[in-house]
Design a protein around this ligand. Structure first.
Ligand code: HEM
Ligand code: NAG
Ligand code: NAG
Ligand code: NAG
Length: 348
């Protein structure tokens, strides 16, 4: 892979300043520059990545408004439904294959499949961007996915690549697991994508920011954990315990992962406290990076992670007085201060 200069010195300084001040963010005046840690076009070293600053802003600003909104949730799911159609066995047989190629936004019909219901709005919003910026649909779609993870506070920086060619064909059908599928069938499908159980159990934690509309329409917009605006590990523990919380919905597949002998061990690694949160964020980031490259020749791509804004670390924004809780909740005032500080140029 053509690795770019990792991170510009200015960005490092800004990230350092951010992490050292954020603990007191709620009491600090908002700084004048207001865009702390967000790399500008001048910060970006690799010329291939410079044009991506404008595309980043079109997605993070115009579409997500710098926040974990419904379009951001949808974008995370969309990156799975685009990439997760990849199949090692179809590839070995020389058959038409899927992959992280953007066909979900470039093709007019894929979005109409039942399994893609709910992603119409994000697909519509992203569809004009490849032509507008003269880049591939795959790059736009997967940048939207990695930016969406950051838009949800707590979400890690996922290494982000550009240079995917135009999509070759529409995705084969029947490749995205259904929530009612037996766990062994889902595990086989992930293996056929080249995704291990451990990686799949890290990826499934993105349901931390999810909502459902179509599994049971009677409970439309119920969330998958009690903190759908925050990228935390609460999803794992709450689902495994099958807590009964108002307006929280448990997907059959998530309940299954938390108990089935094939998945329970890897699932349970992420049930825990704030220290587990950082482990999960790291493993999630590696697994999402791999997902975003399925079916692509990674050596021909360029890494543009240097355009990404910094992550908001939950350990810096929890309530000081946790009442003895193992996992103190996020303090809403500190959360908002962190968002204002690191997402300022996109907020509306
Ligand atoms: C076994 C694999 C999976 C199954 C069966 C599954 C199933 C589902 C279902 C049924 C929904 C709700 C859709 C609706 O009714 O609106 C959903 C939402 C979601 N899924 Fe998954 N999922 C899986 C894996 C993943 C993965 C690997 C990711 C990403 C890394 C992901 C990200 C999301 C997100 C972010 C949402 C929320 C979308 C929104 O709120 O608009 N899922 N998933
Ligand atoms: C679009 O990008 C391609 C390379 O990816 C380039 O050959 C072409 O000239 C560009 N078109 C415009 C209008 O800039
Ligand atoms: C669920 O949320 C979507 C998107 O915000 C909205 O269009 C829909 O009306 C909501 N459904 C219910 C039942 O509240
Ligand atoms: C989870 O709890 C609900 C009631 O809240 C119950 O109906 C369901 O059977 C439970 N599922 C599992 C897998 O324990």
């Amino acid at each position: 892979m053509k690795f770019s200069t990792p991170i510009h010195t200015l960005t490092l300084v800004a990230v350092y300043l951010f992490s050292s001040t954020i603990a007191n963010a709620a009491t600090l005046e908002k700084r004048d520059d207001g865009d702390e840690g967000i790399p500008t076009i001048n910060d970006v070293q690799n010329p291939v990545c410079k044009p991506w600053v404008a595309i980043r802003d079109a997605i993070m600003g115009d579409i997500f408004h710098g926040r974990c909104n419904d379009l951001a949730r949808s974008a995370i799911r969309m990156s799975f439904h685009d990439a997760g159609t990849f199949s090692l066995s179809l590839e070995a047989a020389g058959k038409t294959n899927g992959g992280a190629d953007g066909s979900l936004i470039a093709d007019p019909n894929e979005i109409n499949r039942d399994e893609n219901n709910g992603m119409q709005a994000i697909v519509e919003a992203l569809r004009p961007l490849p032509q507008k910026f003269n880049v591939s649909a795959g790059d736009v779609l997967h940048l939207a996915g990695t930016l969406a993870v950051l838009a949800c506070p707590g979400g890690p920086v996922v290494n982000t690549y550009v240079g995917r060619p135009p999509f070759k064909n529409v995705n084969p059908t029947g490749m995205i697991p259904d929530t009612h599928d037996p766990i062994p069938k889902i595990v086989d499908r992930f293996n056929d994508m080249g995704i291990s159980v451990r990686e799949a159990m890290a990826l499934i934690g993105s349901h931390t920011c999810g909502k459902q509309q179509f599994v049971d329409p009677a409970f439309a917009n119920d969330t998958f954990d009690t903190t759908p605006e925050i990228w935390d590990i609460r999803f794992y523990g709450e689902t495994q315990r099958n807590d009964s919380d108002p307006n929280v919905f448990r997907l059959p597949s998530d309940l299954g992962f938390s108990h089935n002998s094939l998945t329970q061990k890897d699932y349970s690694r992420f049930v825990g406290s704030l220290s587990t949160q950082e482990d999960w964020a790291r493993e999630y980031a590696k697994a999402h990076e791999k997902m975003s490259l399925l079916g692509q020749d990674a050596d021909s791509l360029t890494e543009c992670t240097e355009i990404m804004p910094p992550s908001i670390h939950l350990r810096d924004i929890t309530t000081t007085h946790s009442g003895g809780a193992v996992d103190p909740p996020v303090d809403p005032a500190k959360l908002e201060a962190a968002i204002q500080q690191t997402r300022s140029i996109w907020l509306q």
